[in-house]
Design a protein around this ligand. Structure first.
Ligand code: 2NL
Length: 360
């Protein structure tokens, strides 16, 4: 005799409805959870509570012969049980659906890098390779990589960077504005600095970050300009950061990318978002500083700009300039890539001639 079977007077064996519901639930739960595919789940559902001959349906039919109190009680339990089983079946159906989808995606996967007879193997674009090489160098120095949106607010691109209202970079002659929100309030970022502004706004300090990404300026393409290009900017904010730390960081990454013998120098410059500001240059990759056509005879090649973060940038983003100090730098990844690989013209990067790009 099963424990839930209760003998009652007259020797008739019957079952307490509460025990029967519990047993039904245990069996149905096991069947639903154990269903190995969608067909098995449909069948388990049918047997458990959907079909008219299910045990669930039979218990429902018995309600008609019960006294009012018991009918109300058992009816409520049955309805609650149906709710739980339906939820369980829905969950299992979602699990099985996700598994089937993952299986289908894995089966449909096409390896586009596979070498077809007579074809080149695909590989990362040169700009991506150089970007990843730069990221590796900075990750090795303990920096994090940060990314942000390419469509940004004028505030994060200009006001927060202490760039005055009448600065030429803000005019629609230089910057692509987007017709969204207040006039002139949204644009395609002309540098990656708005991502660093986001890091400062977040207020999690210290910051050691590099920000690589695509940037947009209304430049006519020539050997040194593209309207869509890539930048990487660095931002360090900590207590007691010096200009010497900045110089050492630039010297270190330039040697890592261009070789240990490469020298770097800083020359005074002006940016509204740094003070003091400098341009950084490296010894010419072609002639090593002797003077050649690539470096126009001077032995040095300009890479980018840098400086100590201006207190106005800290103030705009809610960072206390009395407590925190920082440096920042920025340069073009595409320009660095053509320098590193001795390419004379930036435009080859976007012409996408695989006979050219396939060499790298
Ligand atoms: C260049 C010059 C530079 C920065 C970028 C920066 C960012 C923040 C605060 C302060 Cl949030 N500075 N970025 C600083 C100096 C120069 O780039 O010639 N880029 C191609």
């Amino acid at each position: 005799m099963e424990p839930q079977d209760q003998p009652i007077e007259g020797g008739v064996v019957t079952t307490d409805p509460a025990d029967e519901i519990a047993e039904l639930e245990a069996k149905a739960t096991a069947a639903l959870e154990g269903a190995a595919d969608l067909a098995a789940l449909d069948e388990a559902e049918r047997v458990a509570f959907r079909s008219r001959s299910s045990r669930f349906a039979r218990m429902y039919q018995k309600l008609g012969s019960m006294e009012f109190e018991e009918r109300r009680d058992v009816g409520r339990r049955l309805n609650e049980l149906r709710g739980r089983l339906e939820k369980l079946a829905d969950r299992r159906r979602a699990e099985l659906g996700a598994a089937a989808r993952a299986e289908r995606l894995a089966a449909d996967r096409l390896d586009l890098t596979e070498v077809l007879p007579g074809r080149l193997a695909g590989h990362l674009h040169l700009v991506t390779q150089v970007r990843e090489a730069l990221e590796d160098v900075f990750v090795g120095m303990g920096y994090e990589i940060a990314e942000g949106p390419e469509v940004e607010t004028g505030w994060r691109n200009f006001e927060a960077l202490n760039i005055p209202e009448d600065h030429p970079a803000r005019s629609p002659v230089d910057t692509f504005y987007v017709d969204y929100g207040e006039p002139w309030s949204v644009l395609l970022r002309p540098h990656t600095s708005p991502v660093q502004i986001r890091l400062l706004e977040r207020g999690v300090l210290p910051i050691y970050a590099v920000v690589p990404g695509r940037t947009y300026r209304k430049d006519t393409p020539d050997s040194t300009h593209l309207p869509v290009f890539h930048q990487i900017e660095g931002l360090v904010v900590d207590r007691g950061v010096t200009f010497g730390d900045l110089k050492g960081t630039i010297a270190t990454f330039v040697r890592a990318i261009f070789g240990e013998g490469t020298r770097t120098r800083l020359r005074p410059a002006y940016f509204p978002f740094t003070e003091p500001s400098a341009e950084f240059e490296m010894s010419c990759v072609i002639c090593g500083g002797e003077g050649c056509r690539t470096c126009a005879g001077v032995g040095w090649i300009e890479l980018g700009g840098c400086g100590m973060v201006h207190p106005a940038v800290f103030e705009a983003t809610g960072v206390d300039p009395e407590e925190w100090t920082g440096f920042a730098f920025g340069f073009g990844i595409d320009r660095l890539a053509i320098m590193r690989h001795g390419i004379a013209d930036l435009r080859v990067m976007v012409e996408n001639d695989v006979r050219f790009l396939g060499q790298f």
